[in-house]
Design a protein around this ligand. Sequence first.
Ligand SMILES: NC(=O)c1ccc[n+]([C@@H]2O[C@H](COP(=O)([O-])OP(=O)(O)OC[C@H]3O[C@@H](n4cnc5c(N)ncnc54)[C@H](O)[C@@H]3O)[C@@H](O)[C@H]2O)c1
Length: 252
Amino acid sequence: MRLEGKVAIITGASSGIGKATALLFGREGAKVVVNYSHSTDEANEVVNSIVKSGGEAIAIKADVSKEHEVKAMIEETIKKYRKIDILRNNAGVELQKPITITSEEDWNKVLDINLKGMFLCSKHAIPYMTEGGVIINTASVAGLVGSANLSAYCASKGGVIALTKALALEFAPNKIRVNCICPGAIDTPMLRRFIDASPDPKATEKQFTSMHPLGRLGQPEDIARAALFLASDSSSFITGHTLVVDGGFTAQ
Ligand SMILES: NC(=O)c1ccc[n+]([C@@H]2O[C@H](COP(=O)([O-])OP(=O)(O)OC[C@H]3O[C@@H](n4cnc5c(N)ncnc54)[C@H](O)[C@@H]3O)[C@@H](O)[C@H]2O)c1
């Protein structure tokens, strides 16, 4: 097992990429904190699956955009597991809207969850991390290339890439590594909501599929395996890196 004895906090872990990562990290021996903001049932389901397959996990509710909730989550983790080895900053929301009708509230919500949330979780988890600690952020290909009607989301994910590099340098002397993953279009509830809200969902799904030269949508497990690599000692000399997992999309 590649994460034996490690304590991993995974934000937004009740669905999609976060859920797949929680299940994989659990199978690899990590004690998993399944963070969620809304569905207690879904979070408990993830915890139960990990426990059923012989692992250890707890669910902790916290809105990553609220500092007092993040602080309480970190304190609860320390009370239960005494340490934090891996912080998997993954929680996020998307917003498809032309900029001219994006309200200040819309903009703040996306930036607060997608970017400020990663700042807050890092700020409160790092003091408990020792040498060998790892942070893995979920950015997006939308942080590398532009996308029409997705300005707030693109801005937030570009910010995540910059935050990753800055934190990597700030904590390299402490031997804490910080990296991020840029997924392409991954088949999760977020992508399904996006597809279903489009005028022609079938055509939109086809478009997402064909944007990847590998000719398929990404699966949450594709990203979970990349996160496992970055969380494990296999990547011990990698920090400040942006790992693109996009079926070749940004190679075009
Ligand atoms: N699906 C894709 O195509 C894709 C592509 C690139 C990047 N991403 C990123 O991957 C990450 C995971 O997304 P997903 O596709 O699995 O979607 P998802 O909607 O299935 O998962 C997102 C999770 O974040 C949680 N969340 C939202 N706001 C929160 C908050 N304030 N506090 C705590 N948790 C919160 C949600 O409840 C949900 O469990 C996001 O950061 C997303 O931007 C997704």
